[in-house]
Design a protein around this ligand. Structure first.
Ligand code: HEC
Length: 435
């Protein structure tokens, strides 16, 4: 991020004082707050929405009508969330005492270089969700420990609920058919993890298209990536996908992660077409498992962290991030590991983040029960896996928050919103130009 330090300009800044491009210095109280209601969607997949179970609406949804042509009543999101978060046909694994609704406050601004977003929401837990599952030594082997709340071992009380809080934004620039009307739901399908009719490992392994994609499970995909949009098994060829992608027929997906990106002031960058892919380059985080030795790659540097491991009683009491080039040293199998010793499942790699994967900077602070996340994304990105925000542009976006140790569909989501950067058309969220 380039910092402008010209004092001459400062006098003309209407909203921002001294420094351009430092989102913390933007005069946010002057930027309008848009309240975006988020609700728990259960398993309301693309396929369910087009079925007779979506009472009297399947024809309209297939035709491409906007969700909000019908779901336009005040507090509809609160009602939907309250119903869907409890046991019902769209929620076979209800999470005890979970909230059905979250209000997300969104503010947006931009200058010649960047778009800036400020997000705020209240967390259900009385602490920030900054932990991520671990690898735990059981005396013999290193096994994953801790998991999100929709997982069976958590619901059966066999393991602790652990997962990072997240804020996601899916973006389209008008090139994904129906995105402006139906948003993120286009990417949510039967067969995906935690969804209806979850695809088994064997089913995925036997599928030619998934083999060609090199994927072992089904994740978010857009209808255009399949010959039959309602059947994950009918994936198009890599050549066909490359053509759709080159024409802009993919959605951008930014995810701020309280554990795996926030400690190094980043959000990740991804794109959705046939799967939920990461942008080219290197991510803020990487797996801490060596697939060959079945042992972690890194452990803590005791001189810097205080110990080589973390134990369960240290969770949520301290910052347990493993940082390559910081507090991490190569794993030593002979370091005297005891049952119950743990190391993080992912390490952060601030010195390695490169390419298009490195576009999004973000700083999140949790205080008094509320996350405040400042996201900075350069304007006019020219990568082939990004939707470039441009002056004058209007974009369709969907927002999601993963709250209180949950992942996959256990998030709270929004209907589509529009964001404009000095656009002529009126948009739900109008980014304020910083002069
Ligand atoms: C033609 C009108 C119409 C359209 C368009 C429509 N819905 Fe619905 N939807 C309904 C009605 C009617 C219900 C049942 C009443 C209720 O619970 O609100 C419903 C119920 C739902 C439910 C709750 C299911 C339940 O078990 O109560 C969800 C979730 C939902 N719709 C999502 C969507 C999404 C997402 C879209 C856009 C892709 C959409 N709807 C588009 C009319 C519509």
């Amino acid at each position: 991020m380039k910092l402008k330090t010209s004092i001459l300009c400062a006098a003309t800044f209407a909203v921002m004082p001294a420094l351009a491009a430092d989102p913390a210095k933007i005069n946010w109280p002057k930027v309008p707050v848009v309240k975006v209601p988020l609700f728990y969607p259960g398993q309301s997949t693309y396929e369910w929405l087009r079925s007779a179970e979506h009472k009297g609406a399947s024809k309209e949804v297939i035709r491409g009508d906007a969700c909000t042509t019908c779901h336009d009543e005040e507090d509809n999101e609160k009602d939907l969330g309250a119903k869907l978060v409890k046991a019902n046909p769209l929620e076979p694994m209800p999470v005890r005492a979970k909230n059905g609704f979250v209000e997300l406050q969104v503010q947006a601004a931009y200058d010649a270089e960047n778009a800036y977003f400020r997000f705020q929401w209240k967390t259900q837990a009385p602490e920030p969700g900054t932990e991520y599952p671990y690898y735990r030594f059981d005396g013999k082997e290193w096994k994953a420990w801790g998991a999100p709340r929709l997982d069976a071992p958590i619901q059966q009380g066999k393991q602790p609920a652990i997962y990072e809080d997240r804020l996601s934004m899916m973006i389209d620039d008008g090139k994904v058919p129906m995105f402006a009307q139906q948003g993120c739901w286009l990417t949510c399908h039967d067969g995906e993890r935690d969804s209806r009719k979850v695809a088994t490992k064997d089913e995925v392994a036997a599928n030619e298209a998934m083999k060609a994609y090199g994927k072992a499970d089904v994740r978010k995909y857009l209808p255009a990536s399949r010959n039959d949009p309602s059947d994950w098994k009918t994936g198009k060829s890599l050549d066909e996908l490359a053509k759709i992608k080159a024409e802009g027929g993919f959605a951008d997906l930014i995810q701020w992660r309280a554990n795996r990106s926030n400690p190094i002031n980043m959000a990740d960058d991804g794109w959705v077409l046939h799967w939920r892919n990461f942008d080219a380059g290197k991510n803020p985080f990487a797996s801490n498992m060596d697939d060959k030795t079945k042992q972690p790659k890194y452990m803590f540097d005791a001189a810097k962290f205080g110990s080589k491991e973390v134990t369960a009683n240290q969770l949520r009491r301290q910052a347990n991030y493993l940082v390559k080039g910081g507090n991490a040293v190569p794993f030593d199998p002979n370091a005297g590991w005891k049952e119950g010793d743990m190391v993080p499942r992912y390490y952060l790699q601030p010195g390695d983040v490169t390419g298009s994967a490195a576009d999004n900077k973000a700083v999140g602070v949790w205080k008094d029960g509320t996350w405040t996340v400042l996201l900075t994304r350069p304007l006019n990105l020219a990568n082939d896996d990004d939707k470039a925000f441009k002056e004058g542009g209007v974009y369709s976006v969907g927002f999601a928050v993963h709250d209180d140790s949950i992942t996959t569909r256990g998030h709270h989501v929004s209907w589509v919103r529009t964001v404009g950067f000095g656009a002529k058309a009126k948009t739900d969220i109008q980014a304020v130009k910083l002069k």
